[in-house]
Design a protein around this ligand. Structure first.
Ligand code: CA2
Length: 148
């Protein structure tokens, strides 16, 4: 059975490529999704994409992923540093989740160093810009035992 993954992006990531290119690069979210769709085809898996600026919508998407997808790549944006509710939703799904950040959150302001979700995810990929998404796909497939 073909594996299926969800790539879920949080607040403000819809603005990628339009502002703060010195921090987040010039690649748009649409570019990232196109690259991930091509990568999914090469891996022989299905991929779905979702983005929301709302905490509750991200939680709903995590709940809905259970039974629909085999794993999730999550860039929770600033909610990473604030949201115990998203952490609880990750725990509740019992799905493998990879935490993804474009920037190296550990090299930035102190308030970005702590992730509320780090303890309940498989692992964290950060600092590789848009390349982090296909890296996370490889990591998730390896975790699912489907590495090539
Ligand atoms: O590095 C990441 O991927 C972050 O998750 C991005 C979040 C930030 O709050 C996290 O600390 C690290 C912010 C996303 C904002 O994205 C923008 C993109 C273009 C213009 C403005 C914001």
């Amino acid at each position: 059975m073909k594996k299926s993954i969800l790539i879920l992006n949080g607040p403000n990531l819809n603005l990628l490529g339009t502002r703060q290119p010195e921090v987040y690069g010039t690649t748009t979210l649409q570019d990232i999704e196109a690259a991930c769709a091509a990568k999914a085809e090469a891996l022989g898996i299905s991929v779905s994409f979702a983005q929301s600026n709302h905490e509750g919508a991200l939680i709903d998407a995590l709940h809905a992923a259970k039974g629909t997808h085999d794993g999730v790549i999550l860039n929770a944006g600033a909610y990473t540093h604030t949201s115990i509710a998203i952490r609880d939703a990750i725990s509740a799904t019992m799905l493998p989740v990879i935490e993804l950040h474009l920037s190296n959150i550990h090299a930035r302001e102190k308030f970005r160093h702590h992730s509320h979700i780090a303890a309940v995810v498989v692992g964290q990929i950060c600092g590789f810009g848009a390349h982090g998404y296909p890296l996370a796909m490889d990591a998730l497939m390896a975790h699912l035992g489907e590495d090539k």
